[in-house]
Design a protein around this ligand. Structure first.
Ligand code: ATP
Length: 322
């Protein structure tokens, strides 16, 4: 096993962001401030694991274009070992409109991300099997993601599934392969509806009684750990009774860190990357410590604009919060 190494398997997108007074309606043309930067849940999380202090490999698919060149240059800058499938399709893109209240509308062009295949993941078997942890999300083809989880599961690496975005399909066997899942409220409610016909409103999750929330987490992942992220309300952690991962309680809440938030884009990716980096680099450390670090790391990411660009360095988190 490669000590502390995290392998992230997922998407890279070039984000094109327009900030406007309001979101454009059909037929409407608006002027707005424009900026571009790196994104994609996979790359955001790989940037977070690397900056949080874990040796990181990133398995993805890129186009032979300027977006692909950007990904390669950024990976070098953050010391990320890039394992990219070269696709004929253009590198993935996201068009993002943000209004004055911070609400957004997003269109994703998967492009090269759609080319990530089980065969390419299989070619990385030794890397995945030797990692301390493997972190995946659902912006890439389901069969490739399932294959990565399967290799990690068989090899005994910590397999973590961030079941995002909420509209992606999660096959039942994908859940069974994960040692831990990290849905936000919307993803949690969607998974319960699809897999257990439970009708739980996403906006009721944060205020739900702890015992009830724990029972729902146990239904979703009977043998693993569930971390439900609740935005500015923090998160809820639920473990299988047989696997407390160093914690003393099977379920508990962690409050969000109060900071001067300006942009929550990528907060979930920051949380996932920091959580898995902490778990991979200090395996004997209680899970709650890793959740605490992820909470501080994600909070600090909201003080900066952008997706991958907003991920702080581990030293910044330590300097700020100790
Ligand atoms: P996104 O889609 O914006 O990346 P998400 O919905 O996947 O985010 P959230 O639940 O919003 O994920 O946030 C993840 C974690 O980030 C939270 O559990 C919390 O610790 C932290 N966080 C989010 N928003 C804030 C905030 N406003 N202030 C402090 N911490 C925050």
């Amino acid at each position: 096993m490669s000590p502390g190494r995290v392998v992230v398997v997922g998407s890279f997108n070039v984000d094109h962001v327009w900030t406007c007074a309001c979101l454009p309606r059909p037929g409407e043309t608006l002027a707005g401030e424009y900026h571009t930067g790196p994104g994609g849940k996979g790359f955001n999380q790989a940037t977070a694991t690397a900056r949080a202090g874990a040796a990181t490999s990133f398995v993805c698919a890129l186009g032979d274009d300027i977006g692909g060149q950007l990904a390669r240059a950024l990976a070098v800058a953050d010391g990320i070992d890039l394992r990219d499938l070269r696709s004929d399709a253009p590198t993935g893109t996201a068009g993002i409109y943000v209004d004055a209240q911070g609400r957004n509308s997003i269109v994703i062009g998967p492009g090269a991300n759609a080319a990530l295949s089980p065969a390419f993941v299989e070619a990385q078997r030794a890397l995945l099997a030797g990692a301390a942890a493997v972190l995946v999300q659902l912006e890439s083809p389901g069969d490739a993601i399932a294959h990565a989880l399967r290799i990690a599961h068989e090899a005994g690496a910590l397999a973590v599934l961030n079941p995002a975005p909420a509209n992606a399909t999660v096959a039942g066997d994908l859940l069974a392969l994960a040692a831990a899942i990290t849905p936000n409220e919307t993803e949690f409610s969607g998974l319960l509806a699809r897999h257990h016909s439970e009708d739980i409103a996403a906006d009721s999750v944060a205020g739900m009684d702890d015992a009830r929330l724990h029972a729902l987490c146990r239904r979703l992942l009977p043998h693993g750990s569930v971390v439900v992220t609740l935005g500015a309300a923090g998160c809820f952690v639920s473990h299988a009774a047989s696997l407390l991962r160093g914690d003393t309680h099977p379920h508990y809440r962690v409050a969000a860190q109060r900071v001067r938030t300006i942009d929550t884009t990528g907060a979930g990716d920051a949380f996932n990357g920091a959580l898995v980096a902490a778990l991979a680099t200090a395996a004997s450390r209680p899970f709650a410590d890793a959740v605490g670090f992820a909470t501080r790391y994600a909070a600090l990411s909201t003080e900066h604009a952008g997706a991958a660009a907003s991920m702080p360095q581990r030293a910044d988190v330590v300097a700020r919060f100790g």
